[in-house]
Design a protein around this ligand. Sequence first.
Ligand SMILES: [Fe+2]
Ligand SMILES: [Fe+2]
Length: 410
Amino acid sequence: MATTWLATGSAPAKLCFHNSSKSAARGGFSWILCSATNPRSLTISAAATSAEHTECAAVPREQVEVIRSLNGWVAENMLPLLAPVESSWQPHDFLPCSAAAGAGGVSEAEALASFTEGVAQLRAGAAGVPDDVLVCLVGNMVTEEALPTYQTMGNRSEGASDDTGVSSLPWAQWLRGWTAEENRHGDLLNRYLYLSGRVDMRQVETTVHHLLRNGMEMLMPSSPYHSVIYGAFQERATFISHGHTGRLAGQHGDQALAKICGAIAADERRHEAGYSRAAARLFEVDPDGMVRALAHVMRGKVTMPGLLMSDGRDAACGDGTLFERFSAVAERVGVYTARDYGDLVEHFVRRWRVAELRGLSGEGRRAQEYVCGLPPKVRRLAELAHKRAARSEARPVQFSWIFDRPVMPG
Ligand SMILES: [Fe+2]
Ligand SMILES: [Fe+2]
């Protein structure tokens, strides 16, 4: 997850959830499909995002108790999904060895020559990656690097947090283990980009700094039901976006980057399995609470973890926020699209058998009907946006990450 709701995770959704004044007056939220060709049409901006939108409603005590009661289940069904440290990959496995001399039998000169050769090979592969794919890679990396924010979010989840920092409760072990695996994603992408010589590393680092300072907003940060649902969505979204980025890198001749993205995507898939299983279990234990939470998450303003990214130059750019420009490029390149989002919604509605839930309250039935009707609506919006994008004339947008070279948005 970087996207514990969807944290973790990182891929930008092209579907924005917008609290329009009209729908808000009815107490509801509307979905706005962001036009890929007109970033200005995006309805969520850093300036518009504020704490006033975040609901801090108390989490029902019975939901916290349900979560606590699942600790044994988490130990049996989620913790085994975390890879043992001894058999886990580490970022250095994918990068030129920086200290071959330390292994013995190799002189410092030989080690340096080997490292230099490795860097040259990495740069030769990276040279073929187009700017638009590079922008997507940087956006994904920046989002991964804001991991402290996502772990903090996870610790706000009542009943599933790590209250002591060393808690032996399975939910806490999952959160720490998940964080440790996620930490490698930002590290690896960061080092690859640094060695590639293709990006303005200082601008990329400045963006990470801003994103960590700006934070992220969640609809109900203390609700464990919301967090588990968000986690499942976000992990699947990041699996898709890293996977697509790796495929594109391979097509352009960078097999090293393809491997890197593939390893990260495989992690995201395991994480998705964890959150998705947890949500499925919660649907069995408390179907009414979960379907209402799912509808709430879907109706609400879903904040993507990288939404508040900034390179410090957004105001001078005049082409929308950095996240909007990044999302538009990701849509056009095919790293993460509105169609992907539609697939995601449909996948989870099926995976959690939402249509088959029985014994619901009136509110639960309304939530069920709403959620089951979403996939076709999302698809229609995606198609409309696609057609609109095909009709309109896009103009290039600049990214300081790549020395202000222009790339075409969606
Ligand atoms: Fe993940
Ligand atoms: Fe990740």
